[in-house]
Ligand binder design. Structure first.
Ligand code: NAD
Length: 486
């Protein structure tokens, strides 16, 4: 079992109260994976103080010098890829293949932002008058905080930290207690790459203590959060009260629309991977399939057949396509959603049961689940499940499909499967989502492109990732220089 500390001011330190907690393997709860500190507000406050002290010198370095550290950290992480992926699977539960992909994503993110350090800057703008120079510079904000979820425990810290650090900010990050290990590994790589003490601090603890301190401390000028809507909403109110910059990226209820001209093999393949891959524990997972009636029967039959062969098991076991839920309460919530859906009139077509035999005996496993006859007013069509549960809605037309897709409060990723280019483009135009996929899986993102949601999936003021990811962590200053008199 690994024993871990917080990372504050360049040192690995226990929590003030020295209390600890353990994380168990969700695929086999007999295995204790790691021990972590239970930090409190004073630990968060110390971390913020360290960040305040270090930020000026970090900001004074050139972007290229900061970028070199990010690039070096990328190389260090890449060298540890296999070990990090295995640890991620033990702690969070996703399959080893999924963990390897996620660690590679973190490696690539640090490489990407390390590379764009060479072009980080503002722009020149033509002035109305001659002999005038008008230009912008990109400046850091100061101390920024991050609060992250457990479902992408290395990729999400990476996609927030890399642009924040590149822009010259100092950071305090609180990863989710369910899987805090990978964020510490990122800190270790950055430390070894030469990041000065205090520029990055990792504090592990509860949202109600550490998270509250980060949201309310006057030295924290911006906070980027990824997690559920109720928590994001609460933090947003705290930040608004003191006019701190806020970026809240939250849950969704992502649709995949299947039109009657769709390649059904492709449609089924996309939906199983987007619905059951990552155990459905992705903010961009497909949980609603909206299908035109002419192909509803055929599509449903094929999806059920595919769900029945989807291999569930411990993520480290070769061949496993779907690992366990991250914890008991997440598993119970998934099963409750299924029971409620059936109570509301949906039909259970496959799955819906906990798995407790063989390799699954000691973990939080459930069957991939397909529900039919879902109606737009049902909870299963409106609320995020965050588990491997897909509900199928039949519709009579393309217009009804778009209306159904847009009828929920969230809007993160939305996919359509069709051969009709015109309908695909109308869909791209009218769908209320931050990410639109055409004949592509609703999960999976290009790190070089902006990412974020609309409606209750996001505060929708800034995007993450890509070059747009720099905007949240920097401000533009506009400079007017008149050299006509010199
Ligand atoms: P969560 O909201 O329970 O927790 C997220 C983080 O907030 C954790 O670090 C938690 O400790 C912290 N927190 C909890 N209460 C807090 C409080 N009162 N003050 C401050 N911090 C607090 O979410 P989760 O269960 O970790 O993650 C799953 C959710 O995240 C899902 O809704 C999913 O859709 C969403 N998510 C969104 C994206 C995206 O990019 N939009 C990506 C991944 C996950």
């Amino acid at each position: 079992m690994d024993k871990n500390n917080n990372f504050i001011n360049g040192k690995w330190v226990p929590a003030h109260g020295e209390a600890t907690f353990t994380v168990r393997n969700p695929a086999d709860t007999r295995e204790v994976v790691a021990e972590y500190p239970v930090s409190g507000r004073e630990d968060a406050s110390r971390a913020i103080e360290a960040a305040v002290q270090s930020q000026g010198a970090w900001a004074a370095m050139t972007p290229v010098a900061r970028g070199r550290i990010l690039s070096k950290a990328s190389q260090i992480l890449e060298g540890r890829k296999d070990r990090l992926a295995e640890a991620l699977t033990r702690e969070e539960g996703k399959t080893l293949g999924e963990s390897l992909g996620e660690v590679q994503r973190a490696v690539d993110i640090f490489r990407f932002y390390g590379g764009i350090s060479y072009v980080l800057g503002g722009r020149t703008i033509p002035h109305d008058a001659p002999n005038n120079l008008l230009y912008t510079v990109r400046q850091p904000l100061g101390v920024v905080a991050m609060i992250t979820p457990w479902n992408f425990p290395i990729a999400i810290p990476a996609w927030k930290l890399a642009p924040a650090l590149l822009c010259g900010n100092a950071v305090v990050i609180k990863p989710a207690s369910m899987a805090p290990g990978p964020a510490l590994e990122v800190a270790r790589a950055l430390q070894e790459a030469g990041l000065p003490a205090g520029v990055l601090n990792v504090v592990i603890g509860e949202g109600s203590t550490v998270g509250t301190e980060l949201a309310s401390h006057p030295s924290v000028v911006a906070l980027s959060f990824t997690g559920s809507y109720p928590v994001g909403d609460k933090i947003y109110q705290q930040l608004a009260g003191r006019m701190a910059r806020a970026q809240m990226e939250m849950g969704s209820k992502n649709p995949t629309i299947v039109l009657s001209d769709a390649d059904l093999d492709l449609a089924v393949n996309l939906v199983v991977r987007a619905g059951f891959g990552l155990t459905g524990q992705a903010c961009t997972a497909t949980s609603r399939v909206i299908v035109e009636r002419p192909v509803l029967g055929e599509f449903t039959e094929r999806l059920v057949r595919r769900a029945a062969t989807w291999k569930v098991g411990p993520g480290l076991k070769p061949g496993a396509e779907m690992g366990p839920a991250v914890c008991e309460s997440q598993l119970e919530a998934n099963l409750r959603h299924v029971t409620q859906a059936i109570h509301d009139g949906a039909r259970l077509l496959y799955g819906g049961q906990r798995l407790q035999e063989g390799d699954c005996a000691h973990g939080y496993f459930m069957q991939p689940t397909v529900l039919g006859e879902v109606k737009p007013h049902m909870k299963i069509a409106r609320e995020e499940v965050f588990g491997p549960v897909v509900g199928i809605q039949g519709v009579d037309s393309f217009d009804e499909a778009i209306a159904a897709a847009n009828s929920v409060e969230q809007g993160l990723s939305a996919s359509i499967v069709t051969r009709d280019l015109k309908k695909a483009m109308v869909y791209a135009d009218q769908i209320e989502a931050g990410v639109v996929k055409i004949n592509q899986i609703s999960t999976g993102l290009a790190l070089q492109a902006p990412f974020g949601g609309v409606k209750k999936s996001s505060t929708d003021s800034f995007r993450e990732q890509g070059t747009e990811g720099l905007d949240f962590y920097s401000r533009l200053k506009t400079i007017y220089l008149d050299y006509s008199a010199s």
